[in-house]
Design a binder for this molecule. Structure first.
Ligand SMILES: NC(=O)c1ccc[n+]([C@@H]2O[C@H](COP(=O)([O-])OP(=O)(O)OC[C@H]3O[C@@H](n4cnc5c(N)ncnc54)[C@H](O)[C@@H]3O)[C@@H](O)[C@H]2O)c1
Length: 263
């Protein structure tokens, strides 16, 4: 039986770790050709090895998404290698814990915006023309329509106290996705964002600072645990597939019911 992403070519940024890696592995299982992008090349290469495919199935690329030239090359190399581009998942991001707004270091603000907003914008900017050009390619017409999934966060919705720059950047990701949907859904490119709550990844374990705090996050959750990267990858896979052909411009909260349980 054909996989959900058969005949699709996908770029996944942040593919060297956490949610991005889980997404790459799931995409591969569903039949996509996967470009695993990360500034940590060793992590991206490890993800490719975990797929156990051939050179024709996936490739690892070392890219800093905040650098225009590198992003432009990422897209053109992907198209050269696999012939087209159908799916972009923007997962690469950084989380720097900061004090309250008046004490936020300007450098932390700039570093966060450079990756989480400018980098994501650049990936969309260069991927969209390649996706539009891919619509005339061989293969079934539906498999050549485009989908962009931008990973935002619950921090972009509620007043997360631990990082002003991160929270503002993620609110920007949600809005960028809506504007891009308004501009491109008429041309066959769907754009959605997802907002996970806590997910057990290297980023979260780093941001919670200690095993004790991590345990508290689990215990305070209505389901008694934070999410797994695989659970987030399931939603990203569905949104990237033709099963979601009428879904665009939406931000999906995926937090195991935590937001609904806030009194
Ligand atoms: N883990 C959570 O609890 C959680 C919750 C909500 C949202 N998110 C979001 O999900 C996404 C994935 O997070 P994760 O938890 O898997 O994080 P992670 O730290 O495990 O992975 C992020 C990856 O992005 C890469 N990266 C960072 N900056 C980059 C850059 N400039 N260029 C290229 N690659 C870069 C890192 O090297 C890393 O491999 C992020 O957008 C994150 O903000 C995570």
């Amino acid at each position: 039986m054909a996989g959900l992403l058969e005949n699709k070519v996908a770029i996944v940024t942040g593919g060297g770790s956490g949610i991005g890696r889980a997404t790459c592995l799931r995409f591969f299982q569903e039949g996509a050709k996967v470009v695993v992008v990360d500034r940590n090349l060793a992590g991206a290469e490890e993800t490719c090895q975990l797929m156990e495919g051939t050179d024709q199935d996936s490739t690892a690329m070392s890219v800093d998404i905040s650098k225009t030239g590198q992003v432009e090359k990422m897209v053109s190399d992907s198209v050269t290698m696999f012939g087209k581009l159908n799916v972009l998942v923007n997962g690469a991001a950084i989380l720097i814990r900061t004090p309250s707004l008046a004490e936020v270091d300007e450098l932390d603000w700039d570093l966060t915006m450079d990756t989480n907003i400018k980098g994501l914008f650049l990936c969309c900017k260069y991927a969209i023309p390649a996706m539009l050009a891919s619509q005339g390619q061989s293969g079934s017409s539906s498999s050549n329509l485009g989908s962009i999934v931008n990973i935002a966060s619950m921090s972009g919705i509620k007043g997360t106290a631990y990082s002003v720059p991160y929270a503002v950047s993620k609110a920007g990701v949600i809005h960028l996705s809506k504007v891009a949907s308004a501009q491109y859904s008429s041309q066959g490119i769907r754009v959605n964002s997802i907002s996970p709550g806590g997910v057990d990844t290297p980023q979260m374990r780093g941001s919670t600072a200690s095993a004790e705090t991590f345990q508290e996050r689990n215990e305070g959750h209505p389901m008694g645990r934070v999410g797994t990267a695989d659970e987030i990858a399931n939603l990203i896979t569905w949104l990237s597939s033709d099963q979601a052909s009428y879904v665009s411009g939406i931000n999906y909260i995926i937090d195991g019911g935590a937001w609904a349980a806030v009194e």
